[in-house]
Design a protein around this ligand. Structure first.
Ligand code: ADP
Length: 167
């Protein structure tokens, strides 16, 4: 039986930390679906089309990974896709409480689907999308160490656009 995992997130934008987790999941499962959350309460820098394009273009090297948009409950989406697991990245203790709450709630809704936590390489422990957005705001080239080149370019373009329109 082929095993599919769903890796959900906002991916605003996708970072090397996300890619690290996806690479690990792609080695464990036959198929990995990166489920890009849309309609969530979160306000995002990139539109869902932009986040989708950046994720898809960053994942070209993985033959068993695809990106899909998900507008409903992740666990329902996972069931519809025939997934056996939901993958989440766990960086620090600070991630734990929220992740535990979500995993337990998902398990209550659909007990057959387990949440699996993967740890990234330690170099990504302090990386998240919001730090990257903050660095980009100040034009820091350091973002290039933490996101794919196309994402860094898109961030810089977004900030130039914002700066032009603010002035
Ligand atoms: P969400 O809004 O669901 O937290 P994110 O895009 O921020 O969406 O994150 C998606 C998943 O990726 C989460 O499980 C998060 O913990 C994980 N993640 C984010 N950044 C990293 C990182 N640097 N290393 C490992 N996992 C990460």
């Amino acid at each position: 039986m082929e095993r599919t995992a769903v890796y959900p997130g906002t991916f605003d934008p996708i970072t090397n930390g996300h890619l690290d987790i996806i690479e690990r999941a792609a080695q464990i499962f036959d198929w990995v679906i990166v489920a890009l959350a849309v309609n969530s309460a979160k306000k995002t820098l990139f539109t869902e089309q932009e986040r989708f394009a950046l994720a898809t273009q960053s994942l070209g090297q993985f033959a068993n990974v695809r990106v899909m948009l998900c507008s409903g409950l992740i666990v329902e989406f996972a069931r519809q896709q025939g997934a056996v697991a939901i993958v989440r990245g766990l960086r620090a203790v600070s991630d734990f409480e929220y992740e535990l709450q979500m995993a337990l709630m998902n398990k209550k809704m659909i007990p057959e689907i387990n949440t699996m936590f993967l740890m990234p390489h330690e170099r990504y422990t302090y990386l998240n999308s919001s730090i990257i957005r903050e660095l980009a705001r100040y034009g820091s080239p350091t973002i290039r160490d933490f996101v794919p080149a196309i994402v860094a370019d898109a961030l810089m373009k977004k900030e130039e656009f914002r700066a032009r329109n603010a002035g």
